[in-house]
Design a protein. Structure first.
Length: 173
C-alpha cells in the first residue's frame, strides 16, 4: 500500500472509493457522477490551494485525505482538512500517513493554518489529529446527531507558525 497525490488516471478508482466510503458511513444517496469526480480531481491537480492524497492498495483506492484552501483574500491562507479510510484499512497507521502527507504539503504551499471539525465521540480521529499537531480551538455543543445521540463538534486547528502576528487574538467571553 502507498500514499500519493491523486491524478486524473484515478477517476474510476476514486469514484469507487467515494461510493464505498459513503456506503459505509451511511451517507450513500444519489449515485456519484464520475464526470463530477474527474472535474474535482482536475481542480485539485491544477489549483495550488487544493490537493487530494490517496492510499492505494493493489490498484484500489482505499482512503484519502484532502486540503481545500480558500479562494478569497480573507481565507486563502488556510485550508480545511478531511480524511477517511475504508473500515478494513483502519488502525494500521495509514490515517497517520495520509494526514502527514497533507500537512507536509500544506506547509510547503505556505498555508498559515489548517482546520477541521470532529465529532466528540470520534476518539481515534482526535488522537490522530493531536498527534499530527492539531489543537482544540472550540466546541459546538450538540452539533451532531447520529440518529440516537447528540455529540459535540470539536473544532481543531494547526498553525504552521504560531509566532506570526495575528491581531485581535480571540478571548472567548
Ligand atoms: C480517523 C481515521 C482516518 C484514522 O486512521 P487510522 O489509520 O485508523 O489511524 P492510525 O492507525 O493512523 O492511528 C492513529 C492513532 O489513533 C489510535 N487508534 C487507532 N485505532 C484506534 C482504536 N480503535 N481505538 C483507539 N485508538 C486507536 C492509534 O493508536 C494511533 O495513535 P498512536 O500512533 O499514538 O498509536 C480512520 O479511522 C477513519 O477513516 N475513520 C472514519 C472516518 C473518520 O472518522 N474521519 C475523520 C472525520 S473528522
Amino acid at each position: 500500500m502507498r500514499i500519493r497525490e491523486i491524478s486524473t488516471a484515478d477517476t474510476a478508482a476514486f469514484t469507487e472509493c467515494l461510493r464505498r466510503t459513503n456506503e459505509e458511513s451511511g451517507t450513500a444517496g444519489q449515485p456519484i457522477d464520475m464526470g463530477e469526480v474527474e472535474r474535482l480531481i482536475k481542480m485539485s491537480c491544477k489549483h495550488s490551494g487544493k490537493n487530494i492524497f490517496v492510499a492505494e492498495d493493489d490498484g484500489h483506492i482505499v482512503g484519502y485525505s484532502c486540503v481545500i484552501g480558500g479562494n478569497q483574500l480573507s481565507d486563502r491562507h488556510k485550508g480545511i482538512f478531511r480524511i477517511i479510510l475504508l473500515s478494513a484499512y483502519r488502525g494500521r497507521k495509514w490515517g497517520t500517513r495520509l494526514t502527514e502527507a497533507a500537512v507536509s504539503w500544506a506547509r510547503k504551499q505556505g498555508f498559515r493554518r489548517l482546520e477541521l471539525s470532529v465529532a466528540s465521540n470520534n476518539h481515534v480521529a482526535q488522537v490522530l489529529y493531536q498527534k499530527c499537531g492539531f489543537a482544540v480551538e472550540g466546541i459546538k455543543r450538540c452539533a451532531f446527531f447520529d440518529g440516537k445521540d447528540y455529540h459535540d463538534e470539536i473544532i481543531m486547528g494547526l498553525l504552521f507558525d504560531s509566532a506570526l502576528d495575528c491581531d485581535g487574538a480571540a478571548e472567548l467571553q
